[in-house]
Design a protein around this ligand. Structure first.
Ligand code: NDP
Ligand code: 3PY
Length: 322
C-alpha cells in the first residue's frame, strides 16, 4: 500500500503509516498536472494533503485510490462530492487544531486592540516615546465579541475570551441550538444583531458553496465604526474587496486576518499595506502541538481505511466523510 504526501508532513504521520505497513512517497510536484502524473505512475492507495487542492483529475489517476487524508479541518480544498461518488473515503482531524486557532484568534484581537503593527513599526524606527501620542488602544475586558460560526473553534475562542479576558460573547450559527453551546456564548437568531452589537466580529464558519462570498459590504456597513474584523477561518467566505474598502474608508477600525481569498498573497496585497491590519500567512494552526495532533489523526484515519484495523483513541479520533 502506498500513500502520496502532496507536501512533506510532520514525522508523526509517516511513523504511523510505516508502522502499519504503508509506504510513504513525498511529492515534489507543485502543479495539478505533475501530481496527476505521479499518482498515475505510482498507483497510490491514499493521498495526504494540507491545503493543496485535491481535484477529480488527481483522484481519477489511480484505480487503487481509497482514501484522501487532510491534515486539518476545512475540506474546501478537496472535491468531497467527487470522492463520495467514487467510493473514496475522506478522513480529517476535527478539533485537532482548534486550540491553536482559538489562541491565534485571541492574539489577532489583542494585536488589533493594542495597534501592534503601528506601535512595533514606530518603535523599530527609533521612537520609544510613542506612549505619549498613542490613542485608540483599549482593553478586551468588557468588549463584545461576536462569533459567526460557533463550532469547535468558535466555542474555544468564546471560552478564552469570556473566562480569560472578561469579554461578552454573542454568536450566530444557524445550525446550533443554545443548549448545545458553551455557556460563554449567547446565541442570537440573526447575523445582523451580532454585527451591530459587537466590538470584534470573528469568523469561524467553513467555506462551502452556501457560505462563500456571504460576508460583504452590507455586513461591514452594520458593524460599529470602532469594531474590528477577525478572520482565521477561510478568506473566500468574505468578499475581500469589500473588506479592503471598509478598512480603507474607515468604515471599520481594523482587522486581524490569517486567510485570504486566493493564497498565498504577495507583498503588494492591499491588506498588507494598512497599519490597522494584523496579517498572518495562514499560520493559525501552525504550532507543534496542532501539527502533530492533526497529522496523527489523519494518518490513523488512513490506516483504518486501508487496513480495516481500529487504532484510534476516543479523544483523538479522525472523522470519516463519505
Ligand atoms: N486558519 C487556519 O489555519 C484554520 C482554519 N480553519 C477553518 O475554520 C473553520 C471552522 O473550524 P471548526 O470550528 O473546527 O469547524 P466546526 O465544523 O466545528 O464549526 C463550524 C461551525 O460553523 C457553522 N456554520 C456553517 N455555516 C454557517 C453560517 N452560514 N453561519 C454561521 N455558522 C455556520 C457550522 O455548522 P454545521 O457544522 O452544521 O455546518 C459549525 O457549527 C474550518 O471549516 C476551517 O475552514 C480551521 C482550522 C485551521
Ligand atoms: O485545518 C484547516 O482547515 C487549516 O486551514 C489548516 O491550515
Amino acid at each position: 500500500m502506498k500513500v502520496l504526501f502532496l507536501k512533506e508532513m510532520d514525522r508523526s504521520a509517516k511513523d504511523i503509516l510505516v508502522k502499519n505497513g504503508i509506504q510513504v512517497i513525498v511529492s515534489h510536484s507543485r502543479s495539478e498536472a505533475d501530481y496527476v502524473r505521479e499518482i498515475q505512475r505510482d498507483q497510490v492507495d491514499g493521498i495526504f494533503c494540507r491545503t493543496e487542492e485535491v481535484t477529480p483529475a488527481m483522484m481519477g489517476a489511480s484505480a487503487r485510490l481509497k482514501v484522501i487524508a487532510k491534515q486539518g479541518v476545512g475540506l474546501d480544498n478537496i472535491d468531497v462530492p467527487y470522492a463520495t461518488n467514487n467510493g473514496i473515503q475522506v478522513v480529517y482531524a476535527p478539533g485537532g487544531n482548534a486550540n491553536s486557532v482559538a489562541e491565534h484568534t485571541i492574539f489577532l484581537m489583542l494585536a488589533c486592540a493594542r495597534r501592534f503593527n503601528y506601535v512595533d513599526g514606530i518603535f523599530r524606527a527609533g521612537n520609544a516615546e510613542v506612549r505619549y501620542t498613542l490613542h485608540d488602544t483599549f482593553e478586551l475586558k468588557g468588549m463584545t465579541l461576536g462569533l459567526l460560526g460557533c463550532g469547535r473553534i468558535g466555542q474555544l475562542v468564546a471560552q478564552k475570551a469570556a473566562r480569560g479576558f472578561g469579554m461578552n460573547v454573542i454568536g450566530y450559527d444557524p445550525y446550533l441550538k443554545q443548549d448545545a453551546l458553551d455557556a460563554a456564548i449567547t446565541l442570537k437568531k440573526r447575523k445582523e444583531e451580532v454585527l451591530r452589537e459587537s466590538d470584534f466580529i470573528s469568523l469561524h464558519m467553513p467555506s462551502t458553496p452556501q457560505t462563500r462570498g456571504t460576508v460583504g459590504a452590507a455586513d461591514f456597513a452594520l458593524m460599529k465604526p470602532t469594531a474590528s474584523f477577525i478572520n482565521a477561518a477561510r478568506g473566500d467566505v468574505v468578499v475581500e474587496k469589500d473588506l479592503i474598502l471598509a478598512l480603507q474608508s474607515g468604515r471599520i477600525l481594523g482587522a486581524g486576518v490569517d486567510v485570504y481569498a486566493h493564497e498565498p498573497i504577495g507583498p503588494d496585497h492591499a491588506l498588507l499595506k494598512m497599519p490597522q491590519v494584523i496579517a498572518t500567512p495562514h499560520t493559525a494552526a501552525t504550532t507543534e502541538q496542532s501539527v502533530k495532533k492533526c497529522c496523527s489523526m489523519a494518518a490513523q484515519g488512513i490506516v483504518e481505511v486501508l487496513t480495516g484495523q481500529k487504532i484510534s483513541f476516543p479523544a483523538n479520533h479522525p472523522k470519516m466523510v463519505s
